[in-house]
Design a protein around this ligand. Structure first.
Ligand code: FMN
Length: 472
């Protein structure tokens, strides 16, 4: 059994538990407030300034219309990001075309939706202004995505995979036969064109930057491990990053001034599956596992040689703003450490704190090896009451430039403002990482906090979630 974070009452308890797990995390005993606080430090991003060192991470709400427009729920969600107090808001995965959607409710950046997405951004800015007065130092970006392998554009129960290579383990899991079509070079080039179009539209909508998503198993990430793919987009790292290089060239030509960011998974493991007790275990693989970008060939370890070479390519492309994540949808404990995994996901194969330390330390190591970027860290929500201490520790020790916060913002939208103003953390609003937000979206419901936010908890979606959980 893993110790619950809530039971680690003192800093000494917390540190002792970290020691027992043989992990370490930066930790500041005293949380500072006011302009001298490490988390209050402004950061320059592409000629703009983010007024502090806290970022809201991309989090989809699975609440768009079938046309890809935002709904009232999307507006509420983004406005809450605006009231968080974070000065960098990195908005969610937004599909660049209909076939690239991860789910039928994903937002899309199209000619037909750009007006509503511009309104969504404006509403976020307006809320921030009402709450904090100044928006000159608010930087807002949007993550652009093409799902690829796990695309579900029309029906959550019916995948429409677009793959860039035949993956020995994932193909088997998904029932894809050896003759299942692989995206051609021409099709990949067409998808790159759609990223460029969506970037032009994002600039029109007022976003300061676009993130060309390369994490969590989606197309950019899958291309990074396309070592066996022949042709222009596979094999060498140069070829595996051609997709990104073409997108960046197109954005520079067609949307000058728009900043480009990258969120990528800097390491990855083999897919995990249920063992006999329902716990996660790695799918067995014999030989060298070559399909994990940033992996060491064992399927369960890290080698940052290629991610560092990738950063050198990013430097040449003029990309500065980075979010380093880990893993993919097939090994979720790596990317989203949780006390209770979603109800149709394997149980934790490791203490979630080990996952938190991996996320924070891999990003810190990338920053140590390639310091000339702005790093947005992630994986902090599981830390709960110790989040401010670790976040401040990471930033004050220069191990990241921004503390990026995800799930905790869903239930405690003003957490950044509270930390920065020296208010004690509101323990009642802490995310306990119960994964209801994830269970909900995996079952076609809106993603939000069903434990603490009445908007979801008391809605018909809340009733549906409770019903489906009672049946599992
Ligand atoms: C409901 C939900 C939606 C998410 N959507 C995205 C997304 O659109 N893009 C992305 O890169 N990560 C997404 N993530 C992952 C988060 O950005 C973040 O990396 C992860 O939750 C770990 O941070 P945390 O511990 O602060 O939550 C999502 C996570 C959740 C819980």
């Amino acid at each position: 059994m893993f110790k619950k974070i809530a039971t680690l009452k003192t800093a000494a308890d917390f540190k002792e538990y970290l020691n027992s797990l043989k992990i370490s995390l930066p930790f500041d005993e005293k949380i500072q407030s006011g302009t001298g606080s490490p988390l209050a430090q402004p950061r320059k991003i592409n000629g703009r300034t983010a007024g502090n060192s806290i970022a809201v991470l991309p989090m989809e709400g699975f609440d768009g219309t079938s046309e890809g427009n935002p709904t009232a729920a999307s507006f509420r969600r983004w406005q809450r990001f605006g009231m968080s107090g974070a000065k960098l808001i990195w908005n969610e995965a937004t599909a660049i075309n209909p076939e690239g959607r991860g789910n039928p409710h994903q937002l899309m950046m199209l000619d037909s939706t750009v007006g509503e997405l511009a309104r969504l951004r404006e509403a976020t800015v307006k809320t921030h202004k009402e709450r904090f007065g100044n928006t000159d130092d608010l930087v807002i970006g949007i993550q652009l995505t093409y799902t690829g392998r796990v695309a579900h554009p029309h029906d959550l129960n019916h995948g429409e995979p677009k793959i860039v290579y035949h993956h020995p383990l994932l193909d088997e899991r998904m029932g894809l036969k050896p003759d299942y079509p692989v995206l051609t070079d021409a099709e990949i080039s067409h998808i790159a064109d759609d990223f460029i179009k969506a970037s032009v539209l994002s600039q029109k909508a007022g976003f300061d930057f676009v993130d060309i998503k390369h994490c969590h198993g989606f197309i950019g990430h899958e291309l990074l491990s396309a070592v066996d793919r022949p042709g222009r987009y596979g094999g060498s790292l140069e070829n595996r990053t051609r997709f990104l290089q073409e997108i960046v060239a197109g954005i520079r030509a067609k949307a000058p001034g728009l900043d480009i960011a990258i969120r990528f998974s800097a390491t990855d493991f083999v897919p995990f599956r249920y063992d006999k007790e329902g716990k996660g275990e790695p799918v067995p693989f014999t030989g060298k596992y070559r399909y994990a970008f940033g992996g060491d060939g064992t399927g369960l370890g890290t080698d940052l040689t290629e991610p560092v070479a990738f950063m050198d390519i990013l430097a040449k492309l003029g990309i500065k703003l980075i979010s380093v994540s880990v893993g993919a949808g097939y090994n979720v404990h790596l990317l989203r450490p949780s006390a209770i995994p979603a109800c149709d996901v394997y149980q934790n194969p490791e203490d979630p704190l080990i996952g938190v330390a991996r996320l924070i330390n891999v990003s810190a190591e990338m920053k140590r090896l390639r310091p000339n970027f702005l790093y947005v860290g992630c994986g902090y929500s599981y830390l709960q009451q110790w989040l401010p201490n670790v976040a401040q520790g990471v930033v004050s020790q220069g191990k990241a430039d921004f503390a990026g916060i995800g799930r905790i913002v869903l239930c405690y939208p003003e957490i950044a403002a509270d930390i920065l103003s020296g208010k004690p953390i509101n323990q009642r609003l802490l995310c306990r990482t119960c994964s209801d937000c994830v269970t909900a979206y995996r079952n076609g419901l809106l993603a939000g906090c069903y434990a603490l936010d009445d908007y979801y908890k008391k809605s018909t979606y809340g009733d549906q979630l409770r019903l489906l959980k009672s049946k599992k």
